[in-house]
Ligand binder design. Structure first.
Ligand code: FES
Length: 283
């Protein structure tokens, strides 16, 4: 384990951070309770989370302003200022989407997210200070503060990458759940009465089976949002709601009816053959 990995490990285990993180995530969760706001910030209608897409805007603008500050000369000063200001503006919706995602995390993910948000807020503060210095004619100091902001931003970006690619935060938890290609028996037909549900497994995929009006529906049981167990949620009106953050999916086709999930639940074909319920992946 290198020094950086060791540092991240300590951050992940720093339970003392929970005293700050828990009330903050709870407050953010309450603030984004309006469903339309939550769906928007979560990327529910987009098909994947909104935050990673938005991060390109401030990082790109601030990266280019750092380049112009470093090697652009006097003729590039106005462009550097404009890019820095654009980055500050773009950081506002980016942070809002990120805070919304953070409010759904638990444990080590929440601690790393707290550090990620704190470092990025520090970078934003340095950019605002840099813009102020430039506006007051103190360009050299403004450049130094701006370049310091870029260095801080890179540290925050590293933690963002760690959350996504090392810890899998907001990655579709069903992305690799294919299910069986051929019809596979999973349950005696008599074991699934009308209006009830069961969890079965086929080809390594846990599935939620539910019978409505005689029809058996099958969805992946692992919530695509962050892996919640759908069988422990509520089923009503041909929809299942995840117990962890309230994402709701249509049983008929797995479509997201309500976020924060942005990926649909994989659905599987079902049939009754003899006295067994069988399932297979949809082509
Ligand atoms: S795990 Fe978040 S809504 Fe299911």
């Amino acid at each position: 384990m290198n020094a950086l990995s060791g540092l991240i490990r300590r951050l992940e285990r720093a339970e003392t951070l929970d005293r700050l993180a828990r009330p903050l995530t709870a407050a953010i969760g309450r603030a984004v309770r309006p469903r339309a706001v939550r769906n928007l910030l979560s990327g529910t209608d987009l098909g994947h989370p909104l935050h990673p897409m938005l991060t390109d805007l401030p990082i790109g603008a601030w990266g280019m302003s750092a380049l112009l500050d470093a090697v652009g000369g006097r003729s590039a000063e106005r462009s550097a200022d404009l890019l820095m200001a654009a980055g500050v503006l773009a950081a506002v919706p980016t942070a809002a989407a990120g805070l919304n995602d953070w409010s759904d995390t638990y444990g080590a993910d929440t601690r790393v997210g707290l550090a990620h948000a704190t470092i990025n807020t520090a970078a934003l503060g340095l950019y605002v200070a840099s813009l102020s210095l430039r506006a007051h004619g103190k360009r050299t100091r403004g450049k130094v503060i701006g370049l310091a902001g870029f260095a801080v931003l890179l540290a925050g970006s590293y933690l963002g990458g760690h959350l996504s690619f090392a810890r899998g935060v907001n990655v579709n938890r069903t992305a690799w759940q294919q299910g069986p290609r051929d019809w596979t028996p999973v349950l005696p037909d008599a074991d699934l009465p009308e209006g009830e549900h069961r969890v079965v497994a086929a080809a390594g995929v846990p599935m939620l089976l539910h019978r409505t009006a005689g029809t058996v529906r099958a969805l992946a049981n692992t919530c695509s949002h962050m892996g919640g167990p759908l069988d422990e949620g509520t089923i009503a009106e041909d929809r299942v709601t995840c117990p962890w953050h309230g994402s709701t999916f249509r049983l008929a086709d797995g479509a997201v009816v309500r976020g924060p999930a942005s990926s649909p639940q994989p659905r599987y074909e079902t049939r009754v053959s003899g006295d067994r319920i069988e399932v297979r992946a949809v082509d």
